[in-house]
Write a protein that binds this ligand. Sequence first.
Ligand SMILES: [Zn+2]
Ligand SMILES: [Zn+2]
Length: 247
Amino acid sequence: MRRGGRLANLLYPPACLLCHARLDASCLVSAEDAGEASVLCRECVQAAIPNLPPVCSHCGVGLPGAFDAAMVCRACRRASFAFDMARAPWRYVGPIRETVHQFKYYRRWRLGRWLASQMTRTAQDAFPLDEISLVLSVPSFWLKRRLKGFDPSQELGRAVARALKKPYALTLVRRTRWTPTQTRLHGASRFQNVRGAFAAQPAVARQTVVLIDDVLTSGATASACAQALKSAGADRVFVLTAARTPI
Ligand SMILES: [Zn+2]
Ligand SMILES: [Zn+2]
C-alpha cells in the first residue's frame, strides 16, 4: 500500500459503504470476492443472495426447485421476451436492494462501480464475449434525464463496457416517449406501458449487443428496448442487470 493510502486509512478507517461497519482485516472481503475494491463488509456480502442456478435459462429468473439446466420459466414459455438471454449477479433483495437504491437515488458512485464490477464478471461467465460488438444502456426519456441529471443505467453501462473493453454507444437507442413508472404496474400492463417506447439507429444492424439496466423485474422494459434493437437489425441482445427480482 502506498504511504498516502496508509495515512488515509489511519485517519479514515475503511468502513462498509452500506452498514458502516469498520472494515478491519478480519471482515474485509478479499479483493477477489468483491471486485476491484472492497466496499462491503463480509456480513453484508454474505447476506446478499447471488442469482445462481437454478435460474430460467432464458431470462435468468430464479426457479426454486428446478433441477434441469435447460428449464425455462412460464413467461419464457409464452415467448414474452425479445432479448436472447438475461443475466444478473444478484437477487434484488436484502443488502443488494439497498445497494441499488443507494446508488440510484443517492448517487453513491462507489456502490455503482462495485455493482458494475459484479456485472462484468457475470457477463464474462454467461455471454459469448468474443461475439459481443457493442454495449448499450436502456435509455431513460431525455426530459427525465435532464431533470435528474443522472442516469444509473448509463453509469453502469459505461463502467461495464470499459471493463469488457467493448465500445459503449450512448445514442444508438433512445426512448421515444415518456412512460409512467413501471413500479406501480403489474403483469401485462407493464408490457403495454413500454410497448413501442424505444427506437434504435440503423448502426445496430448485425451487431451483438449487451444491453444494460439496473434491475430486471418483469423484463418488459428490457424486452421493449431489445425489440427496437432487433427491428433495426441487431443480431442478438443479451441483457445484463445488477439484480434480478425473484418471482
Ligand atoms: Zn456492511
Ligand atoms: Zn424466463
